[in-house]
Each structure stands twice: as C-alpha cells, then as structure tokens.
Ligand binder design. Structure first.
Ligand code: FE
Ligand code: ZN
Ligand code: FE
Length: 198
C-alpha cells in the first residue's frame, strides 16, 4: 500500500521544524544580546533566550505526549532570517541604528515563529491533541509577548534616537527647529541628487 502522508505527518514535520528553529535561535540570541547597546534591548534578548530554552523543553513534552522520538529537521526559514541578521551585524551602523536593526531582525524571527506555532496549535486542536495544543499555545503566547516587547522598545525610544542621529549626521548645520521628518526628507532628497551626480 502506498504510504500517503496525512495531516498528522505534516504536523510532526512542522514540530521538528520548530524544534530546530528554536535550537538555532538559542545560538543567535546571545549574539544579538551582545550586539545590543541599549541595556533594555540586551535584557529583552536575554529573557527571550531563557524562554526559548523553555520552548525547546515544551516541544520535547509534545513529542513525548505523541509517543514520538524527539528530533529536529533543519529549518531553512529561520536560518535565512538569522543569516540576514548576521549581515546587518557586520554593518558599520551607529549604536541606535544597530539596535533598531536588531529589533527588526528579532521581530522577523518572532513573526516567523508566531506563524509556525499558530499553525501547530490549530492543527493540534483539529486532530484532538488537546495537551499538545495547550503546550504550543503557551509558546505562541510567549512569542507574541516577545514581539510586543520589541515593538515597545523601538517605539518608546530606540527608533527616535536612531532617527535623531540620522538627521544630525545628514544636516549638521540646519537649526533643530525644523521637524525631524522634514529635515530627514530634505536631506534624503539632497543625498539622492548627490548620488545621481556621481
Ligand atoms: Fe521560540
Ligand atoms: Zn521552518
Ligand atoms: Fe521567539
């Protein structure tokens, strides 16, 4: 008889993918924490690293509850997001801009995970794996909270600080009375003209 895969097989595949993604993130998060200048941002990455370790244990409990061997399967999606983050960390950005970029990269990872766990919870519920669904929901909630934390760090100061550094750099002589947005727009346009002349 042909071995046709079912939703249960797809579910196990996605669990293995998530398990591998979390493992990759336990290596990436310490690098992100180290690259962060804002103590609050560094702390956020460190806190999420601890949560990620708990998420790995939670996935192990899900595998065990399903009588499945604990194993991962290389997650290309998170590997790509981590690679992009690595290239950004090699850039020569000012401290606030680097923090803004670390947040951007971190949020890409959180959104990827939110999509993955959202699917896993829905499939677990559809197949009646209530215990697995509850465990996966706990992780989904943590990923959402981590994403919200990064948004608040960006919006409560880091983005503004980076934007001010950008406008100071681009228009050193311009009076500070001009709104930031207007100054940035002018200088962007000027920079574009300059670039076109080269
Ligand atoms: Fe995670
Ligand atoms: Zn994946
Ligand atoms: Fe996460």
């Amino acid at each position: 008889m042909a071995d046709t895969g079912t939703l249960h097989d797809a579910f196990l595949d996605e669990l293995r993918d998530a398990y591998d993604a979390e493992k990759q993130l336990t290596k990436a998060l310490p690098r992100m924490a180290k690259a962060a200048s804002s103590p609050d941002l560094r702390k956020a990455f460190e806190v999420h690293l601890e949560e990620t370790r708990g998420q790995i244990e939670r996935l192990e409990r899900v595998f065990e509850g399903l009588d499945e061997k604990v194993r991962g399967k290389h997650c290309d999606g998170i590997a790509g997001i981590i690679d992009e983050g690595k290239s950004v960390m090699e850039e020569d950005f000012d401290a606030a801009t680097m923090d803004a970029c670390l947040i951007a990269g971190g949020q890409r990872a959180e959104h990827y995970e939110m999509a993955a766990y959202g699917t896993l919870v829905a499939w677990a519920r559809a197949m009646g794996h209530a215990d697995a669904a509850d465990l996966l929901q706990e992780t989904l909630d943590e990923e959402k909270a981590a994403d919200a934390k990064l948004s608040s760090l960006a919006e409560d100061g880091i983005n503004q600080e980076a934007a001010q550094t950008a406008s100071a750099e681009e228009d050193p002589e311009e009076p500070i009375t001009t709104p930031v947005s207007a100054r940035t727009k002018t200088s962007r346009a000027a920079a574009a003209v300059k670039a076109a002349r080269r």
